[in-house]
Design a protein. Structure first.
Length: 183
């Protein structure tokens, strides 16, 4: 079967439109997470220039992986951060990879309250995501990504955390918690 240039062009335009719509939907879904701010009187909010984010580690079991991101404060005074990070995925070419994020439920997330975390100078906090490693019907991995883009609640700006993984399906997100232990 031959496909004309006109048909190929229409298919390419349709695919680009679908990808753009999915990217916008992922961005809208992700920004809903960033609306939590520290409770009044809990202390000053952390500032982006005084924070660094890094991959703290991963742990895989029974087809699900937990990826932990550590947040370190380099401020000279304590600050407060709380809530769920707003996340996005980036491919190797820097283009956003559409993804659906949700607040985590189940055993991985049991007992993780969404509360203010006080970060002392050089103190650490963290959050983690869980995702399936493969499509259970086909055994194929999800699309490869090379970075996690994160916006922290109440902290202007975005952070990029290098992390190579290939999630399949929805991604669950934990609230920010004290300490930088990996799951």
């Amino acid at each position: 079967m031959r496909i004309s240039k006109r048909t190929a062009g229409r298919v390419a335009a349709l695919a680009a439109g679908v990808a753009a719509a999915a990217s916008v939907a992922a961005a809208v879904s992700a920004t809903a997470f960033a609306r939590t701010t520290p409770a009044p009187g809990a202390g000053p909010a952390c500032q982006a220039r005084a924070l660094t984010l890094r991959l703290a580690g991963t742990d895989t079991g029974v087809g699900t992986t937990a990826l932990t991101v550590a947040i370190t404060s380099h401020a000279t005074k304590a600050c407060v951060i709380s809530g769920y990070p707003s996340l996005g995925l980036l491919r190797a070419d820097g283009v956003p990879q559409p993804a659906v994020f949700s607040h985590g439920r189940g055993t991985w997330f049991a007992g993780l309250p969404d509360r203010a975390v006080r970060l002392a100078p050089d103190g650490q906090a963290s959050f983690f995501i869980t995702y399936r490693d493969f499509n259970p019907a086909t055994g194929h991995a999800g699309p490869a990504v090379t970075a996690l883009r994160a916006a922290l609640p109440g902290v202007p700006g975005r952070f990029t955390v290098p992390a190579r993984f290939a999630p399949y399906g929805g991604i669950s997100v934990s609230p920010i918690r004290a300490g930088a232990r990996k799951e």
